[in-house]
Design a protein around this ligand. Structure first.
Ligand code: 5GP
Length: 139
């Protein structure tokens, strides 16, 4: 893991300006600089964890409390009829800033839904084994 401060830590510390939406002891929120739609907001923990699975229970819980409140404000203020929460972990998943962040991407009546994926068949035997293994491995 890099020891260098992420661009988001520099935003939290005020070194880089941002259009701030919310701040408390654990969470910071601001407008995405390259919005996918009007009202595209980022919600980040102050803890500089690169991936969601690295985040402490304390930061996770505080993020979980704040995220729905910010979503509610975004849809009320923008008039969006729908929204996506997107949270990328790792380059193959499209992550470009290695500091945990949740995207709130408002969708409007004229928006076409473009975030889709190809599906595969779920084999019963494979599924049973996989679900059990993941379940047993949860710390
Ligand atoms: P990712 O692809 O890692 O999930 O998303 C990173 C997001 O951070 C992108 O949507 C990008 O536009 C946004 N971003 C990157 N640098 C800055 C910045 O300096 N300021 C703001 N406000 N957003 C940024």
């Amino acid at each position: 893991m890099s020891e260098e401060k992420s661009i988001f830590t520099r935003i939290i510390e005020g070194e880089i300006p941002s259009f701030k939406i919310f701040e408390n002891e654990y969470v910071y929120s601001f407008l995405d600089i390259n919005p996918a739609s009007p009202g595209h907001v980022l919600v980040i923990p102050k803890e500089p964890a690169p991936y969601l699975h690295d985040l402490s229970p304390e930061s996770s819980s505080e993020l979980g409390k704040v995220l729905p409140r910010i979503c509610k404000s975004v849809i009320e203020i923008t008039g969006a009829t729908s929204y996506n929460i997107i949270q990328n972990n790792g380059s193959e998943a499209g992550q470009t800033v290695f500091h945990v962040h949740f995207h709130i991407i408002p969708k409007y009546p004229e928006t076409t839904h473009s975030f889709t994926w190809k599906t595969m068949k779920l084999d019963n035997k494979v599924a049973l084994e996989l679900a059990q293994k993941i379940s047993d491995n949860i710390e």
